[in-house]
Write a protein that binds this ligand. Structure first.
Ligand SMILES: Cc1ncc(COP(=O)(O)O)c(C=O)c1O
Length: 321
C-alpha cells in the first residue's frame, strides 16, 4: 500500500501531491516496458541528510535513457538538483529515491521514438529489500530463469523491461521458501540477484561476475570493490561458476535497495562458516560508515540535501549488533 508513502512527487519540473502522480493507461512505457529508472538512497549523517553516490546514479540514468532513444529535457546537473529538491520536499530519511524516465502520453505501437519523454522522481521511506534479517544471512535459490543476454536487452541500461526476468526469478524463489533468486547468465555462469550484484569470497580474494555475464554494473558493487581494495583485499571481476559459489568461504549481495546482505545458504548448500564471514563483515562495517558520512575516505560519495533538518547519524549497522 503506497498511499502514505510520500508527500510529493516531482513530475516534469513540478512537485505534485503523491495521490495526483498519475499517467495515462495507454502510456507507451506501460505497454512495452520502454522506460529507465534508478534506485538511490538518502541517509542521515551528522551534517544532515545526504544522497549516496548521486552523480553516479544520475549518469547511469542518462546513459540508460540514451540507449533507449529517450531524449531528456534535463541535463545531469538539473536532474541532480531535482532529486535533492524532491528528497527535501518529502522530508523522509532514510529515503529510497526512484527517478523514472518514461513515455507517459497515449501512444500505442512499439516503434515509438517520438513524443514527450517525461521524468518523475519519488522519495519514499527506505526499507530493507531482503528483510530485516538480511544482515544475518539470506537464503537464495539458483533460478530457472536466466538473465537476458545484452544483445537482446542491454544490461548497461537499468531499463524497466529488464525486470521481467527478475520478477519471475524473485517469485519463483519466494514460492519455494527462499529470500532471493540468483539468475545465471546465458552460459550458466552466475550473473546477479533480482536486484543485486553478487560477490564470492574464496581464499581471501573477492570475486564478482563482470559485464560478460550481462550484469547491471551496480554502483554499490563499485563501492564494495573500492572498499575491499582499500581494506587490502584483491578484487577480481570474472566469470564465476555455480560451484565456486557453493564451495565459497563467503558470499554476499550488493545493491542500493538491499545494501550489503550476506548469503547464508544457496539451495541445499550452506555457504562457508559463520554468517557474515569475516571479510564480508569488514566490508559491511566500512560501507555502513561510508553511507552515514562516518568515514572521511568516502565523504565524496555523499551529496548534501540542504533544507532538511539535520538528524543524528545512525550508528553503522555492524556497531548495532
Ligand atoms: C538487476 C540489478 N543488479 C544489480 C543492482 C545493484 O545496482 P546498484 O548497486 O547500483 O543499486 C540492481 C539495483 O539497482 C539491480 O536491479
Amino acid at each position: 500500500m503506497m498511499a502514505a508513502e510520500g508527500r510529493k512527487v516531482w513530475m516534469d519540473g513540478r512537485l505534485v501531491d503523491f495521490a495526483d502522480a498519475k499517467v495515462h493507461v495507454l502510456a507507451h512505457t506501460l505497454h512495452y516496458g520502454v522506460g529507465v529508472f534508478e534506485g538511490i538512497r538518502a541517509y542521515p549523517t551528522e551534517d544532515g541528510t545526504a544522497v549516496f553516490r548521486l552523480p553516479d546514479h544520475v549518469r547511469r540514468l542518462v546513459t540508460s535513457a540514451h540507449l533507449y532513444h529517450m531524449p531528456l529535457a534535463w541535463d545531469e546537473a538539473a536532474i541532480s538538483k531535482a532529486i535533492v529538491e524532491t528528497v527535501a520536499a518529502n522530508g523522509i530519511v532514510p529515503a529510497y529515491v526512484r527517478p523514472l524516465v518514461y513515455r507517459g502520453e497515449p501512444a500505442l505501437g512499439v516503434k515509438n521514438s517520438q513524443g514527450k519523454v517525461s521524468l518523475a522522481i519519488a522519495s519514499i521511506p527506505a526499507r530493507k529489500y531482503l528483510g530485516e534479517g538480511s544482515d544475518k544471512g539470506v537464503r537464495a535459490k539458483i533460478s530457472p530463469f536466466r538473465k537476458p543476454r545484452s544483445d537482446a536487452m542491454p544490461s548497461y541500461a537499468k531499463a524497466c523491461g529488464n525486470y521481467l526476468a527478475s520478477y519471475l526469478a524473485g517469485l519463483d524463489a519466494q514460492h519455494d521458501g527462499y529470500d532471493e533468486g540468483i539468475l545465471l547468465d546465458a552460459n550458466g555462469y552466475l550473473a546477479e540477484g533480482t536486484g543485486e550484484n553478487l560477490f564470492v569470497v574464496r581464499g581471501g580474494t573477492v570475486y564478482t561476475p563482470g559485464l560478460e555475464s550481462d550484469i547491471l554494473l551496480g554502483i554499490t558493487r563499485d563501492s564494495v570493490m573500492r572498499i575491499a581494495t582499500d581494506l587490502g583485499f584483491s578484487v577480481v571481476p570474472k566469470l564465476v561458476s555455480v560451484n565456486e559459489l557453493l564451495t565459497a568461504d563467503e558470499a554476499f549481495f550488493s545493491g542500493t535497495y538491499a545494501e550489503l546482505a550476506p548469503l547464508r545458504e544457496v539451495g541445499q548448500h550452506k555457504i562457508g562458516g559463520e554468517t557474515p564471514g569475516p571479510i564480508t563483515r569488514a566490508i559491511m562495517a566500512v560501507f555502513a560508515k561510508a553511507t552515514v558520512g562516518a568515514d572521511p575516505r568516502y565523504a565524496g560519495w555523499l551529496t548534501p540535501v540542504p533544507g532538511m533538518r539535520p538528524v543524528a547519524a545512525a550508528p553503522p549497522r555492524a556497531a548495532r549488533r
